[in-house]
Structure formats: C-alpha cells, structure tokens
Design a protein around this ligand. Structure first.
Ligand code: XIL
Length: 377
C-alpha cells in the first residue's frame, strides 16, 4: 500500500516537473490553459484578428495561455452582415482558424445586441414580421450555415437589461418584437446548432441586485417554457476592490436552476496611473474571481477581455481608467497573471469540477454601465 502510494506520488510529481519545464513558455511557468484544464474549467481571452496578424507577443501569449477564445468584435452584426443579406466571415474565420490550429475552443459573441449593429439594421424602421425574418436569417446563417459545430457556446442575447436596475432594455428587438424576441432567438439558434450551449450575457449581474434578480426571474421563466437556455454569462467588467462578496452565492442560484455559468469578459480597471498597491489589489481580485468560479460546480471557466493592457477597450471607453488585464502594455506578465497561475496551481478547493463535454442540457462594467451615449437603453 505505502509503496504503491509513494510510487503514485513520485509519478505525479515527475509529471508536474516535466510539464513545468518541458516547453519554455513566453510568460514563464505552466500555461493557464493547462492549469485550468486540471480543474475542468477553461481560461479564455477575447481576441482580435488584426493584432494576431501584426503583433508577435500577442499571438504567442494568446496561443499558449488560453484554452478558449471569444471574438472581441468580429462576430458582431456590423462585421458579419454589414449590408442586408451580405455576409462577411473573413475576419471571424481568421480567428477560428487560429483557435483550431492551437487546440482552442471558441465562444461565439454575439447575436442580438443594441450596439455595433450596421446602420441598415438600426435605422431600418422595420415592422415586426420583417425584423423577425431578418433576425431568423442572421441566426440561421451565422450559427447554422457558417459556424455550425465550431462554436461550443453562443452569447445569443447580449445585455438584455438596462444598465442599472431590472427593466429590459428597450433595444430595437424589444421595441419591435416585444420580449418574446429572447425565446425566439434562443429557439432559432438551438435549431441551427443543437450542440452549442446558448447563453444570455450581461454586466453588473455578478452580485445579487435588482438586475441579477430580474435576470434570474427571466431565466426561470424561459426554462419553465422549455426554451433552450443553457447558461448565463457574467461579463465581470469590474473595478479594483469591487468583486461582490456574494458572487458565489449569486452564481449558485443560477446553477441551481440547472444552468451553467461562465465569467465571460473579465477585466479589473484601475484609476490611472496604476500604483503598486492597486496592482496588488487587482491581483487579489483576479484570484478571487477565478476561485469563485472554481467554487461553483457548473462554472465552465473564465474569459478575460483582451490579452494585455495595450489592447484593452477600457482606456478608450472609460477615460482615466486602465491597466485592467493580466499582461501589461508590453505584454509582460503582471502580478495579476502570477495570481491566476498560483490560484490555478492549487489542488481542488471544493465544488464539483465541471466537465464541459459531459454537461447536461439545462432542464430543461463597468459597475455603472457603459455604452455610447447615443445608444443608451
Ligand atoms: C467591446 C470591445 O471590447 C470594444 O473593442 C468595442 O469598441 C466595443 O465593445 N460588453 C460586450 C462586449 O459584450 O462585446 C464589449 O466589447 C464590451 C462590453
């Protein structure tokens, strides 16, 4: 017995040592994607095909560290269907090809949203029948016709609630089709690719509040109607020091409904210039968010919204804030990266490891919001 256990320990330690030293990584140590896989979760990043092409550091970090990619922009409606009936998948395909070459899974982002729509759609003034058929055509072409089997999940509905509070956002879909647009889009996406996990994704829902309560009620009612909703995406655009204390409890109430949950767009902003103390606090926050996911069975993983501070959307959308990602302006690892690596290197910390491939089908910010002023709610 004792010899058997000793031998097992030796083999395990040897395996860890070999993995840690076998291939030198750009960031040093074992890639996050491998550490995360040991817990049955995925660590992902939002990605941009233009940077992939022109920046070597970006490209190698993206490939080595992350097991899942989300298109930061190029699967949004303005890129994919810039003119009515004219689809352009060239930018998105560059990303999907990279992911497939690097053994990475892809989350599709996003189908129905109030931002980054082409003018022909946002200013089209369509009646309900026409808008419904435009929506069906888009979902069938993108999810079924083009990407079928290549996206493991889709953010079907993005940011359906107003920036703050529990009311549905009066976006073009709600104004013309009423709130049934949500169930309709989910059903259409499910018919187009029955294997894809279908999500509602939103921000400022990480803790319990009026907005996450309203989302909970919506999710419950969709599931009661047998609508194919499989998961909730917690964007998690956070400010340093603001990880809600009740995040685990909040995510668990959604998984108790039979849903999976994913941290889909994590970044943690700092008021610039960032000082050492804030970078330390940020590292603690990154650690907490990953640990929170590990504590929730059926939390599938954590995606960060970009690779390094050089490519983050934060400074241009929230002037005065920045330094929000685990790598810096030069793609060197920050304390936050070390914290992620360390946290994921620990043995299990409770919660049942999620097994993405054995997932049952469901039974079935910025804290104060963001958005171009013209397109608010
Ligand atoms: C952001 C991108 O990062 C920016 O490059 C773009 O200018 C605006 O959109 N919620 C979402 C993401 O669901 O799609 C947004 O991405 C960030 C907030």
């Amino acid at each position: 017995m004792a010899i058997g256990a000793g031998l097992l320990l030796f083999v395990l330690l040897a395996a860890v040592a070999v993995r840690a030293t076998a291939v030198p990584t750009q960031a040093g140590g074992v890639p996050l994607r491998d550490l995360a896989a040991d817990h049955g979760i995925r660590i992902g990043a939002a990605a941009n095909p233009y940077l992939l092409e022109k920046n070597r550091e970006y490209r190698s970090l993206l490939g080595e560290q992350y097991g899942s990619l989300t298109a930061e922009n190029v699967m949004k409606w303005d890129t994919v269907q810039p003119e009515r009936g004219v689809y352009d998948f060239s930018h998105a395909d560059a990303l999907v090809d990279f992911a497939e070459k690097n053994g990475q899974k892809m989350r599709g982002h996003t189908l129905l949203w109030h931002n980054q729509n082409p003018e022909w759609l946002s200013d089209g003034d369509f009646g309900p029948d026409e808008l419904r058929s435009i929506m069906h055509d888009h979902i069938r072409t993108v999810v079924g016709g083009h990407f079928k089997g290549r996206m493991y999940a889709w953010d079907v509905i993005n940011e359906p609630f107003r920036d703050n509070g529990g009311e549905l956002r009066r976006n073009l879909w709600l104004r013309t089709l009423g709130e049934g647009y949500i169930a309709d889009a989910l059903r259409t996406a499910h018919a187009a690719d029955p294997d894809a996990r279908l999500y509602i994704n939103d921000f400022s829902i990480e803790g319990r509040n009026a907005k996450s309560d309203a989302l909970y009620a919506l999710a419950e009612s969709l599931l009661e109607q047998g609508v194919p909703l499989h998961g909730i995406g917690f964007q998690s655009h956070l400010s340093v020091g603001d990880v809600p204390g009740d995040m685990v409890e909040n995510m668990r109430r959604f998984t108790d409904l039979g849903l999976e949950v994913t941290i889909t767009e994590l970044d943690i902003s700092i008021d610039m210039p960032a000082r050492e103390a804030e970078l330390r606090a940020q590292a603690d926050d990154y650690r907490t968010v990953v640990r929170n996911c590990l504590k929730v069975s059926r939390c599938t993983g954590v995606t960060v919204w970009g690779v390094g501070d050089a490519d983050s959307w934060i400074p241009s959308w929230f002037p005065g804030q920045g330094a929000a990602l685990p790598f810096d302006q030069d793609y060197s690892p920050k304390l936050a990266f070390g914290a992620l690596q360390e946290e994921l290197s620990k043995a299990g910390i409770g919660g049942t490891p999620f097994s993405p491939d054995a997932a049952p089908s469901g039974p079935g910010a910025a804290p104060t919001g963001y958005g171009t002023p013209a397109q608010h709610d």
